[in-house]
Design a protein around this ligand. Structure first.
Ligand SMILES: [Zn+2]
Length: 202
């Protein structure tokens, strides 16, 4: 049991010896059926490239309006931050804090931490504070809810479309791209860094 590279099932604590997996293959726990590992994960370089791309798209998603409404010559548009501010002025301002955390703060921290950790990992060294960053990434994952936000905006567009002239803005397209990128980069694929950088983690 003193071999360091055992794989432990997160759900039932069964212990397995890892086997190399090909693209599209998955290793499942024989006791509870949970997925232990997936083959053909993204490499560190690919993850870094996607993280930088996500950082750029994140700026677009926040700088440009996600939705614009026009009616009888009057028009109005809102960015993500403006919608959070509008929620803060409403009756349930606590929702604004939750929205701000899940659609702006958590994804922003995820992107910053990923870029930080991966830019060092790509040259084979562990970033300062590597362990804390990796743990923070695990804790941030459930708080990042861009897909929920995207779905909400789409429902609003469809519902308002019957009454007003509603146009999705550049921010919404960026948000859609960002949602896909965040799912790709913030998954469990990043965990291979623990084994890859094993000797150099302080
Ligand atoms: Zn299991």
């Amino acid at each position: 049991m003193n071999t360091p590279d055992w794989t432990i099932c997160e759900h039932c604590d069964s212990v397995y010896q890892p086997t190399p997996l090909g693209r599209g293959q998955t290793a499942r726990c024989t006791r509870c059926g949970a997925i232990l590992a997936r083959g053909g994960q993204l490499s560190t370089q690919q993850l870094l490239a996607l993280s930088i791309c996500a950082a750029i798209v994140f700026c677009f998603a926040n700088a440009f309006p996600v939705i614009s409404i026009s009616m009888q010559g009057l028009s109005n548009e809102a960015t993500l931050w403006q919608s959070v501010q509008a929620l803060a002025q409403g009756r349930i301002s606590l929702i604004a804090a939750v929205a701000g955390l899940t659609i702006i703060l958590a994804p922003m921290l995820q992107i910053i931490l990923l870029c930080w950790v991966l830019s060092f990992a790509v040259v084979g060294t562990a970033a300062p504070g590597f362990k804390a960053c990796m743990r923070a990434l695990e804790h941030l994952r459930p708080w990042s809810m861009l897909e929920v936000c995207l779905l909400g905006i789409l429902v609003a567009i469809v519902k308002l479309g019957g009454i007003l002239d509603v146009h999705p803005g550049l921010g919404l397209w960026s948000l859609a791209m960002l949602t896909v990128l965040i799912i790709l980069i913030s998954g469990k694929g990043i965990r291979h860094l623990w084994t890859e950088l094993e000797g150099v983690i302080p």
